[in-house]
Ligand binder design. Structure first.
Ligand SMILES: [Zn+2]
Ligand SMILES: [Zn+2]
Length: 256
């Protein structure tokens, strides 16, 4: 089955995310804009994933639960899990690797933890927009050891990406790489010809960029393990907005 997947999004918990971007608002907009599978991946925290799971269930989306992790080289990578509990457990694994740098909400932005009805439950005290002390080479085993899926985020971006920070794609990184909604077709073609499975994601921090990019994955069923298996097997049939098919360009309804 063909599933429109956008596996990189932020909520109000990310200091750089809009306060209007609640987990429930993200789920609702993603559904309205035709996505089937959506991940919440705030910087270094999964505290809004329980609310996101509830919101996804309400609107009939498949949720994926994760965190965006910055390595010591400031390479942004995704850690994706099947359940909020697994994502929350991985947040604990990350804790010793994060600097205890108190947040300054006025300068750096609020980091509210909310429920599925947008009620504020608390605030993350330490600034989440930092880098860990984990080298790129050690992040993958850490995530996979916690039962998660690892791949580098927005590799085409001129900052905070594998190519901008390391200048190359180290051996053993693939097969899946994410490109941003700004990636050009040449970059995608080059990565594919090097053997990578390329997905696009919106990396939405604001409501107006929700569902601005996605990958169409041809999965055996509508579960995260099946989708990940299909991604690794390169069963990715289109990237929006980079390589939308004619049907994708004209359709505004889910294609499943
Ligand atoms: Zn990033
Ligand atoms: Zn991001």
């Amino acid at each position: 089955m063909l599933l429109r997947c956008d596996l990189h999004n932020h909520s109000c918990l990310s200091p750089c995310g809009s306060l209007d971007q609640s987990p429930s608002g993200l789920a609702q907009l993603a559904k309205e804009r035709g996505l089937d599978v959506v991940a919440l991946t705030d910087h270094h925290s999964a505290r809004n994933t329980p609310a996101f799971a509830e919101a996804c269930a309400r609107v009939g989306l498949l949720g994926v639960y994760g965190l965006e992790v910055a390595t010591v080289e400031e390479v942004h990578c995704l850690a994706l899990f099947d359940t909020p509990d697994e994502a929350l457990a991985f947040e604990q694994v990350l804790q010793p690797h994060l600097p205890a740098f108190p947040n300054n909400p006025e300068k750096l932005g609020d980091q509210p933890i909310v429920d599925a009805d947008d009620n504020i439950l608390g605030f993350m005290p330490n600034y989440l927009g930092v880098a860990t002390d984990i080298p790129f080479s050690q992040l993958r085993p850490l995530i996979e050891g916690a039962g998660g899926v690892f791949y580098p985020a927005h590799v085409d971006r001129p900052a905070f990406s594998l190519l901008s920070q390391l200048g190359r794609i180290p051996e053993g990184t693939g097969p899946v790489l994410e490109v941003s909604r700004h990636a050009d077709a040449d970059t995608v073609d080059r990565l594919r010809s090097d053997g990578y499975a390329v997905v696009a994601a919106s990396d939405a921090h604001y409501p107006d960029t929700v569902a601005s990019a996605w990958a169409v994955v041809d999965a055996a069923d509508r579960t995260w393990p099946a989708i990940w298996e299909a991604m690794r097997a390169r069963c990715i049939t289109a990237l929006h907005p980079l390589q939308a098919t004619a049907a994708e360009k004209t359709s505004t309804t889910p294609i499943t």
